[in-house]
Ligand binder design. Structure first.
Ligand code: AVJ
Length: 329
């Protein structure tokens, strides 16, 4: 198909940039402009997200870490796995492994028999994690899986081994409830009866706690959000002036929905060369860039309703900010 590896790489890079362009065009053509949050995560965005996780206001990562550090035994008990029968521990998204390491350490010390399969689209993230784990816990066998979650899960399904899937960090919160429910259904289709899904979600709580997590005093979240404009400038030949747009987060504590927007501070027009169009932004017009949904039991039950999962356990941090739900297929 390709004459060389370089040709293949170039082709794949072109496909990526074309989807970015198409997604941007689709989002900005809407009456209520939107951009998909997945485009936050380029090299600069990844680094900003690491910074976010260390912010005093961003409680999510610390809260889930508290669960993994201090409630490890409860988590493992909820997996309901015999310590001498083999199982597969699969993680959707590689991350830095900080939380998962607490779990791996305890599983290892209790002599559980398992392989750890972190799945990620980024080879770079996987190889960093693999090195780190091999160094810190040489007993744990790490089998990195590069690719799309469902493709990898489908291939792992063939083994018929008992599985525990980790989907942490309230990453599901970036989906609408409809998307979340079809995502969980698809997960279920790639698992067998009795398999577990550990779903980490941020819980609904007052605005005074949630809003600062998306509006930190150092402005890191603002840079993370506005990085989307930078990406369009760099990759699509756009001329967004970052001085005339600002980060604008909102949270509704009744519904539990946090949203991030980019707000135009003046009337202005922006050209995007790769699309061949100009877009006008009125003063105070908002581009919706992210949803960070917060949950409770009712919402989780609604989301898993048609997905063939039941809630088995709910394990929370000491402040009850965050929950790891253990769902059984
Ligand atoms: C990685 C999706 C869980 O929504 O809280 C952090 C991303 N956005 N600050 C979240 C994010 C702004 C984060 N998730």
């Amino acid at each position: 198909l390709y004459k060389s590896k370089i040709e293949k790489d170039i082709n794949e890079a072109e496909i990526l940039i074309n989807t970015f362009r198409d997604d941007v065009e689709k989002g900005l053509d809407k009456i209520e402009k939107t951009l998909p949050s997945k485009y936050f995560y380029n090299k600069k965005g990844d680094a900003l997200f690491v910074e976010i996780m260390n912010l005093p206001e961003y409680y999510l990562t610390r809260s889930e870490f508290d669960i993994f550090k201090n409630k490890t035994e409860q988590l493992i008990e909820a997996f309901n796995i015999d310590s001498n029968s083999y199982f597969e521990l699969i993680e959707l998204g590689a991350g830095d492994g900080l939380k998962t390491k607490e779990l791996l350490k305890t599983l290892d010390s209790k002599n559980y028999k398992f392989n750890y399969f972190p799945i990620d689209i980024s080879l770079n993230a996987l190889s960093l994690l693999e090195k780190d784990l091999n160094n810190d816990m040489p007993n744990v066998s790490v089998k990195t899986q590069q690719g799309d979650y469902f493709e990898v899960l489908n291939s792992l399904k063939q083994s018929k081994k008992p599985k525990v899937v980790l989907f942490l960090g309230s990453n599901i919160g970036n989906m609408t409830d409809e998307q979340a429910s079809s995502f969980i259904s698809k997960l279920g289709n790639n698992l067998q009866k009795g398999d577990k899904l550990l779903l980490g979600v941020d819980l609904i709580k007052p605005e005074a706690i949630v809003l600062p997590a998306y509006n930190d005093s150092k402005g890191v979240t603002a840079s993370f959000n506005l990085n989307l404009l930078d990406r369009m400038n760099n990759e699509l030949g756009a001329n967004f002036n970052l001085n005339y747009f600002k980060h604008h987060p909102e949270y509704n504590e009744k519904t539990g929905v946090a949203k991030s927007f980019i707000k135009s501070t003046i009337n202005q027009t922006v050209e995007i060369k790769a699309i061949g169009k100009s877009y006008s932004f009125a003063k105070d017009e908002k581009i919706h860039t992210e949803i960070s949904r917060k949950y409770n039991d009712t919402l989780i039950n609604q989301i898993i309703l048609n997905a063939n999962f039941v809630i088995n356990n709910k394990i929370m941090d000491s402040k009850a900010y965050f929950a790891d739900y253990i769902l059984t297929r």
